[in-house]
Design a protein around this ligand. Structure first.
Ligand SMILES: CC(C)(COP(=O)([O-])OP(=O)([O-])OC[C@H]1O[C@@H](n2cnc3c(N)ncnc32)[C@H](O)[C@@H]1OP(=O)([O-])[O-])[C@@H](O)C(=O)NCCC(=O)NCCSC(=O)C[C@@](C)(O)CC(=O)[O-]
Length: 306
């Protein structure tokens, strides 16, 4: 049974831009967030408070957060890996923080320079302090269906991290296919393990589209009743520590799917396509979204003199 409503978290400003080699100004990032909220996105992952030596593109995190003209009803989240990140993030007033671990030891080491267990010990005080401040705490579990260093990742390995996150007070888990190798049955198996410990409304899917499977994987999740997904406008993205992985599933492609299924997500597809076109022009390339490119081409045809 499909859900009636779906919540999309646009992670384009963070996951989408973190890997860009060319500088993207804080002003352009802010403009992107404004366009996403104008298009109806109610959850936006804005930036990350990580080491600027590791991820230079997110060094302007505070500037972007304080530069936002916030829209009532929109939730703004940021990634934090440790207490230092939380302390830097708090004055910028996020609504939600995201701690990010991994189901694979090798990825945990490459991404955040510590083992899975050590990462949980880093997240423990972060989750407690954030909750004390009234912030919601989400946990992302990278490499939940495959790892660029380890290869196969089992559902048991996913469940282990889900449990650890639950134990330290993480309120929502995002099951992430970092390198886009998941197919519906594998994704289902990983999701089932998350659902053993969290209710449906506190589990989300985060899919990269490297092998063109992301929309199919989202459809499989919808069949399970999952109704919270991370997506990225214009299909921006890729993780600096997962070489070869392409962007997140494009928000435009997912909105097109949801509209076709008659599922409400509150997003105006035309305005979203404009937002994707805006950031793609800033980056000097076309959106990586089949739906966006089809809709942009249709506009050109319709505007051409007969
Ligand atoms: C986690 C650390 C910091 C550990 O890095 P470390 O080197 O182990 O940490 P450290 O505590 O030893 O500190 C080393 C230096 O970093 C500084 N530092 C320490 N913490 C911070 C902080 N919060 N903000 C700013 N600076 C910080 C600290 O002050 C020190 O500075 P120095 O004395 O050398 O000048 C590092 O590994 C890091 O920043 N990694 C970045 C990882 C990252 O952002 N990856 C991409 C996001 S995850 C992702 O994209 C996946 C996801 C979520 O989308 C889901 C999916 O698809 O899989």
């Amino acid at each position: 049974m499909f859900p009636d409503q779906v919540t999309l978290v646009d992670v384009g400003p963070r996951d989408g831009l973190q890997n860009e080699k060319q500088p993207v100004s804080a002003a352009h990032k802010i403009e992107l967030v404004h366009r996403l909220q104008a298009a109806g996105l109610r959850e936006i992952e804005v930036t990350s408070f990580v080491s600027p030596k590791w991820v230079p593109q997110m060094a302007d995190n505070a500037e972007v957060m304080v530069g936002l003209k916030r829209k009532p009803g929109v939730r703004y989240s940021v990634l934090v890996p440790n207490m230092k990140g939380l302390e830097a993030a708090l004055p910028t007033r996020p609504d939600e923080i995201v701690v990010f671990g991994a189901a694979s030891e090798a990825f945990s080491q490459r991404n955040i320079n510590c083992s899975i267990e050590e990462s949980i010990e880093r997240f423990r005080p972060v989750a407690a302090a954030a909750r004390e401040q009234g912030l919601k705490v989400r946990g992302a579990i990278s490499c939940a269906v495959g790892c660029p260093y380890q290869g196969e990742v089992s559902a048991d390995e996913v469940e282990r991290v889900v449990r650890l996150m639950k134990d330290i007070g993480v309120q929502h888990v995002g099951v992430a296919d970092t390198i886009g190798v998941g197919t519906p049955l594998k994704v289902r198996a990983a999701m089932e393990r998350a659902l053993r410990h969290y209710p449906l409304h506190e589990v989300s899917g985060h899919f990269h589209d490297t092998y063109g499977q992301a929309v199919g994987n989202i459809y499989a999740c919808l069949e399970m009743g999952i109704h919270h997904f991370d997506t990225s406008v214009a299909g921006l993205g890729g993780c600096p520590y997962a070489k070869g992985a392409t962007g997140n599933v494009a928000t435009e492609d997912v909105v097109f799917l949801l509209q076709g299924l008659g599922i409400d997500c509150g997003v105006d597809l035309d305005a979203l396509v404009d937002a994707g076109d805006f950031i793609s022009r800033v980056l000097g390339r076309k959106p990586v979204s089949r739906a966006a490119n089809a809709l942009l081409a249709k506009r050109v045809r319709e505007e051409a003199p007969a």
